[in-house]
Design a protein around this ligand. Structure first.
Ligand SMILES: [Zn+2]
Length: 653
C-alpha cells in the first residue's frame, strides 16, 4: 500500500495547511514530527510531517526526498498547539510549528558564569509564604496567577520554591521565562546550583547546536526545569505542570514575525491543554493583567515588602529645563558623594548613540534617514546611523554635503559616558547599550563586575533597568526621564512607568539605603509623578480610565492590518482595497461593536524603504472577526506588497 505524508512548510501558503507527498517504499523512517526534504515549486525545501495516511489524493504527488531527523522533533502536543496558533493568529500551521524548532546563532561561545550565588532554598517571609502556598495549591489544575510584588520583594524565591516543589513532589516539568537571559546571570547561577542536571536553557544567544542538544534532552524527559526567553514557551517538556513568566509586562514576550504570538497567550493555552499552573510575575504588571487580577479573572497575590529587610529607596524629582549640561549639579554632587563613600551609581539614559539629533542649519531641520521616517543619530567614531534600518554614513561626508552647516543636538549614552569620564577621571565607568554589547560576553562581564563591586558608575539604556541586584548600588539617576512619553502609542505611559520603577528598584537592595533622582523637563506629567511616588496602584487607576475613555485594551481587543511595500502607491492602494473588503464583510455579518480605524499611514511611515499603511480594528470578540481576517488574507495583493496581521498588537507605531 502506498503511504502519503502531510507536510507543513514554513511559508505563508494561502489555501491549505499541508502539502501531500508520497513516501517512497525504501524510505522506512518517515514519522510524524520529523522534518523531511521535499520539492515545492521546483525548489528544495524542508517541512514537518504532521500526518501519515493511505488516502490516495486526486492529483499527482511528488516524493519525499530525504528524512532530516533521526527522531521526531515536534510532538503531537506541539502539533495541537500549532493548530490552535494557526487559528488564533490567522497564520499557517507550518509557520506556527517552525516557531517551536530551535534556531540560533553560530560561533558564539557559552557564557561562563563567575558569580557567587546561594545554593540552598531561602526561608520565605510571610508574604512570600502565603503566595507560594496559594499558588502551589492549584498544581494539577488549569490556573493563572498574577504575582504582583514590588522590586526586591523576592518574587524569584517564590518561583524557586514552586519549581523545587514540582520537581521533588510530582513527575511534572516547569518552564521559567525571563525577558533577557544575560541580565539574569545571578538567577541562572542560583538555578544551576539548586536544580543541577535537571536544568536546561533555551535562549537566542546560544549556539544552535547547543540549543538543539538541550531541546532533545527536554524531548526525552531528561530535563524538567527549562529556563529561557520567549520561544522557550514552546519547550517540548514531558508533563508540563508550571509556567512562570517573570516581568510579564515586558515587550520581549511578543514575537515580531508571523505568527505574532505573545508568550503569555501561549502559556495560557498550554495551561489549558496540560492543566498547568501559570504564574505571571511583575512589579509593574501590564494594565491588562492587573485589570483581570483585580476583577478576579485570574488569582491575585501581592507582596508589598522588600525581602532581606531592605527598604524601598526614596525617589526625588529634579526639574531640568535647560540643555546646558547633561546632568544637573544636584545629581553631579550626589554622584561624587557616593564615589567618596565607595558606593556604586547606576545612571539611566534611554537613548543610545552620542547625539540623537543632527540639525541642518541650511535646511533648518533635523537630518533624516534616507530610508526611514526617523532622524539620524550621531555615534562615536564619526558615524551618522539610523536606528531603524541600520543605514550609516560617515559624519565627515555628511558634513561636506551640508557645507559644514550642521550641529549635533541632544545627548545619548555615549555622550553621557564621555561627560562622566571628564567629571570623574579616576572612577571606573562602564556603559551598557545595544552598541556596547554587540558581543554578549561584554554584557556578562560588566554585570559580573558590577555585582563584585568593581565598577563605580554603570550607565546605559533600558538594558540596565531590569533585574540587576548589586548590593552596593545606593544611587540611581534617570536622565531625561520623559524620553518615550511622546511616542504616539497607547502603551507609552505604561512602558515609561515600568522603566522608571524598574530602574529605581536597582538602588538600596541591601542594608545600605538607596536614593533615586529622576531628572525631567516635564515634572508635572502624571506618569513621572506616579513613578516618583512609586505607586503602581495609583498609576493603574489613572491609566485604566484613559484606556476606557479612548477604548483600548483591556476594554476591547485590537487587530492591526498593515501593508508594506517599496512602492508607495501600491502600499496605499492595497490598504484601501483591504478597507473596502473589510467593510463589506463586516456589514454582511452579524458582528456588532466593531470599530475600524483608518486606513492611515503608520506613525513610522517608512522603515527600510518600505511604505507602511495600517488599519486598526477594535472589537469585543475576536472569534467571528478572525474568519473575516482570514478572507482578507486570501485577497490577491499586487506583487511586492506584504500584509502584516497582528492580533492583540503590543504597539501601533
Ligand atoms: Zn533607516
Amino acid at each position: 500500500m502506498i503511504r502519503y505524508a502531510e507536510v507543513a512548510i514554513n511559508l505563508p501558503i494561502k489555501d491549505e495547511d499541508t502539502l501531500t507527498y508520497e513516501i517512497p517504499y525504501e524510505l522506512k523512517n518517515v514519522e510524524v514530527g520529523k522534518r523531511v526534504e521535499i520539492e515545492v515549486r521546483n525548489k528544495k525545501m524542508e517541512g514537518v510531517v504532521i500526518e501519515i495516511h493511505s488516502l490516495i489524493p486526486n492529483y499527482k504527488t511528488k516524493f519525499i526526498q530525504r528524512v532530516v531527523d533521526k527522531e521526531p522533533i515536534i510532538t503531537t502536543a506541539q502539533i495541537e498547539l500549532g493548530k490552535w496558533m494557526k487559528e488564533f493568529y490567522v497564520s499557517t500551521l507550518g509557520e506556527s510549528l517552525y516557531k517551536m524548532i530551535p534556531t540560533g546563532r553560530r560561533n558564539i561561545s557559552g557564557e561562563k558564569l563567575d558569580i557567587a550565588a546561594e545554593s540552598k532554598l531561602l526561608k520565605l517571609n510571610p508574604d512570600q509564604e502565603k503566595a507560594y502556598k496559594s499558588i502551589r495549591s492549584t498544581f494539577g489544575k488549569e490556573s493563572t496567577h498574577l504575582l504582583y510584588g514590588i522590586t526586591g520583594s523576592g518574587k524569584t524565591e517564590v518561583y524557586i520554591h514552586l519549581m523545587y516543589d514540582l520537581l521533588n513532589n510530582t513527575d511534572k516539568s516547569a518552564i521559567f521565562l525571563v525577558p533577557e537571559i544575560s541580565l539574569t546571570v545571578q538567577i541562572l547561577k542560583r538555578l544551576e546550583l539548586i536544580f543541577g542536571d535537571q536544568l536546561a536553557m533555551l535562549h537566542s544567544a546560544m549556539k544552535v547546536s547547543e540549543k538543539f542538544r538541550n531541546y532533545q534532552q527536554i524531548l526525552k524527559g531528561e530535563k524538567r526545569i527549562i529556563v529561557g526567553t520567549r520561544s522557550a514557551i514552546f519547550a517540548p517538556v514531558k508533563n508540563l505542570g508550571l509556567i512562570i513568566l517573570d516581568e510579564e509586562h515586558d515587550g520581549s514576550y511578543k514575537e515580531h514575525s508571523n505568527p505574532r504570538y505573545h508568550a503569555r497567550q501561549i502559556a495560557m493555552q498550554r495551561s489549558k491543554m496540560s492543566l498547568a499552573t501559570v504564574v505571571l510575575g511583575s512589579a509593574t504588571p501590564s494594565i491588562e493583567s492587573f485589570y483581570h487580577a483585580k476583577r478576579g479573572n485570574i488569582s491575585f497575590h501581592t507582596m508589598k515588602e522588600r525581602a532581606k529587610s531592605a527598604e524601598l529607596s526614596k525617589v526625588f524629582l529634579q526639574e531640568k529645563k535647560d540643555d546646558k549640561d547633561i546632568i544637573s549639579d544636584t545629581l553631579l554632587f550626589k554622584i561624587k558623594q557616593r564615589l567618596d563613600k565607595k558606593e556604586q551609581v547606576v545612571l539611566l539614559l534611554n537613548r543610545r548613540g552620542h547625539s540623537p539629533l543632527i540639525f541642518s542649519k541650511a535646511e533648518k531641520k533635523m537630518l533624516e534617514c534616507p530610508n526611514c521616517s526617523t532622524n539620524l543619530c550621531y555615534h562615536n567614531k564619526g558615524k551618522a546611523i539610523c536606528h531603524l534600518c541600520g543605514y550609516n554614513e560617515s559624519y565627515a561626508k555628511l558634513s561636506d554635503r551640508m557645507n559644514g552647516e550642521i550641529e549635533l543636538m541632544g545627548a545619548g549614552t555615549q555622550k553621557l559616558e564621555e561627560y562622566l569620564l571628564e567629571k570623574f577621571p579616576t572612577a571606573i565607568i562602564e556603559r551598557l547599550d545595544q552598541d556596547a554589547t554587540k558581543n554578549k560576553e561584554i554584557l556578562t562581564d560588566v554585570i559580573g563586575r558590577l555585582i563584585a563591586h568593581k565598577i563605580d558608575i554603570l550607565t546605559g539604556t533600558q538594558m540596565i533597568a531590569k533585574g540587576l541586584d548589586a548590593s552596593h548600588v545606593t544611587l540611581v539617576g534617570v536622565i531625561n526621564a520623559n524620553t518615550g512619553l511622546g511616542l504616539p502609542d497607547f502603551r507609552s505611559s505604561e512602558r515609561v512607568y515600568s522603566l522608571l520603577t524598574q530602574v529605581s528598584g536597582r538602588a538600596g537592595r541591601s542594608e545600605l539605603k538607596g536614593e533615586v533622582i529622576i531628572e525631567t523637563s516635564n515634572s508635572t506629567h502624571p506618569v513621572i509623578q506616579f513613578a516618583t511616588r512609586q505607586n503602581y496602584d495609583e498609576f493603574f487607576e489613572h491609566e485604566i480610565l484613559v484606556r476606557r475613555d479612548l477604548l483600548y485594551p483591556p476594554f476591547c481587543r485590537l487587530i492591526r492590518l498593515l501593508t508594506r511595500s517599496k512602492l508607495e502607491t501600491k502600499s496605499a492602494d492595497s490598504i484601501e482595497l483591504i478597507k473596502k473588503e473589510l467593510d463589506i464583510r463586516i456589514a454582511k455579518s452579524d458582528l456588532k461593536d466593531v470599530i475600524v480605524l483608518g486606513p492611515a499611514p503608520a506613525p513610522f511611515y517608512k522603515i527600510d524603504s518600505n511604505y507602511r499603511n495600517h488599519i486598526v480594528i477594535k472589537c469585543n470578540s475576536l472569534q467571528k472577526l478572525r474568519d473575516i481576517i482570514r478572507q482578507i488574507k486570501m485577497l490577491p495583493l499586487p506583487a511586492g506588497v506584504y500584509l502584516e496581521i497582528d492580533i492583540d498588537p503590543m504597539d501601533l507605531v
